[in-house]
Write a protein that binds this ligand. Structure first.
Ligand SMILES: CC(C)(COP(=O)(O)OP(=O)(O)OC[C@H]1O[C@@H](n2cnc3c(N)ncnc32)[C@H](O)[C@@H]1OP(=O)(O)O)[C@@H](O)C(=O)NCCC(=O)NCCS
Length: 181
């Protein structure tokens, strides 16, 4: 282990755990009275950022939000609860998992409605990358999520490279010539 690695602060997953509860109001819903997908993504982004702030204790920006499945609709008047924690810290980036449940206020029934993984990057006020503390997974679930987060990072990097090559392959032969009069 090199010197900077040895001196790096270490935080637990528990210290990053965050939670938000919202009541779904008419302004959050579509014409069928269901929560709008974009509004749900906004809540997911906010709750994910809370965990990232608690881990990094600096500014963070959202670099990526992975595929989200909207498993069940959320209805007007439901209570929406979102929970997040950091799965793995890399150098300046961290993967955060967010899980979402809806509670029917009359029956008390609670259902899982969505899950997502996001990547946040720590930056200073000038937008320069910041090295974040290391993360120490402790429980069996945390250790599993920590290992899975590395596989997802590798998958994101492969996908990003593939999209880059695709863009190059479909670009006009000399894009700069196209802008000339
Ligand atoms: C995210 C951002 C800061 C990365 O800056 P960059 O100069 O491209 O940085 P690098 O390529 O050196 O990558 C820095 C880190 O970000 C990660 N990263 C960058 N782009 C990423 C992406 N699309 N998905 C996942 N991770 C990403 C890298 O893996 C790297 O992580 P590491 O330091 O832990 O190894 C920059 O792309 C940015 O500012 N994007 C806009 C963010 C934004 O406006 N979000 C919405 C509002 S908050």
């Amino acid at each position: 282990m090199n010197e900077p690695e040895k001196n790096r602060i270490v935080r637990t997953v528990a210290s990053t755990q965050s939670e938000m509860t919202e009541i779904i109001l008419p302004n959050d819903t579509n014409t069928l009275g269901n929560l709008l997908g974009g509004r749900l993504m906004h809540f997911i982004d906010l709750t994910g950022a809370m965990a990232a702030y608690r881990h990094s204790r600096t500014h963070v920006v959202t670099a990526a939000m992975d595929h989200i499945d909207f498993i069940r609709p959320v209805r007007l008047g439901d209570l929406l609860t979102l929970k997040s924690s950091v799965n793995r810290a890399f150098t300046s980036s961290m993967e955060v998992g967010v899980k979402v449940w809806a509670e029917n206020t009359r029956t008390g029934g609670v259902v899982h409605v969505a899950s997502a993984y996001l990547v946040f990057v720590a930056v200073d006020e000038q937008g320069r990358l910041q090295t974040i503390p290391a993360l120490q997974p402790e429980t069996p679930d945390e250790i599993r999520r920590h290992a899975d987060a590395l596989r997802r990072r590798e998958h994101r990097e492969r996908e990003s490279a593939r999209r880059h090559h695709e863009r190059l392959a479909t670009a006009p032969p000399d894009a700069t010539l196209q802008t000339k009069p």
